[in-house]
Design a protein around this ligand. Sequence first.
Ligand code: F6R
Length: 360
Amino acid sequence: GKGTYPFYMLKEIDEQPSVMRRLITKYANEDGSMNVDPEIVKAVQDADRIYIIAAGTSYNAGYASKRTLESLTDTPVELGVASEWGYDMPILSEKPFFIYLSQSGETADSRQVLVKTNERKIPSLTVTNVPGSTLSREATYTMLLHAGPEIAVASTKAYTAQIAALTFLAKAVGEANNKSEAFDFDLVKELSIAAQSIEATLSEKELIEEKVNEVIADSRNAFYIGRAEDYYVAMEASLKLKEVSYIQCEGFAAGELKHGTIALIEEGTPVIALISNNPKVSAHTRGNIMEVVARGASVLTVVEESMAKEDDDIIVTEVHPYLAPIAMVIPTQLIAYYASIARGLDVDKPRNLAKAVTVE
Ligand code: F6R
């Protein structure tokens, strides 16, 4: 049950620090070494390209994991929207490995791609929260998310668990390849720090609710902007805001705004800017903030601590760059939740949506 919580979504947001800690116990040994099925590690090692197939939030989690997977496995990662890849698959590499990311393990769009890759005998891994689910049974391998049942239609803890699980896989493959960067990345320590960062954000609920009421709740539309990994988080953040608050929202690569979409910015349009600790891009995102402010936007900034300036709104305590999407998404989950509350909506059961989409 949801206990004292008004909605499952808030309960599930709150569970994320413990989900991160549970994943440490599942995918790392006491001495800090990786505990990932060696057969899965071998299958990834043998591949020349990783294809991640997913829908919705799981698709966004795939993007948020792309850099880490590529850096630690030295293997290119391509994302596929499940509902599109069911028709004509693009030309595949010689030794493809498919990862099906799915909280429910029942998404029909993803399954239709799996049926095709099975016909072609391509090795596959389902990363899912539900043991024994269809995608889990039909793929070659399974990795579980261990996030506990996700009841709210809007996915929160499965997103962060997917990123964490893929990070364990990435490090395990990197170590199997004798990559020093993989050994140097102390994931057990860094994920514990990420859990603490999540807790710190969760203790700022009142501040976040206040900002939402000030800047977002009464708007018809809004934008999330960010660059690099922050862009991927922006896509997830905007999906979450849309589905639970019905505010039309676009997640944008900050630099793309001025190529057209900036025409939509008017007095009071909410723009939420995400700035994690990535010095390569932060100054440019700051520049994009100035551009929208000059056109009247109401800007809310979500900034990782070391990048923060005096006027920033929501500060996220520092985490390892590979885990930045986990830390940065938390304020955006709360933004969506409080926008839904402010509008008096049923947070857990948004209109027109089902928890598992079992039709194509
Ligand atoms: C968004 C949401 C959906 C799912 C999508 C895929 O909050 O819940 O976008 O992420 O339908 O579902 P799974 O992960 O079960 O395959």
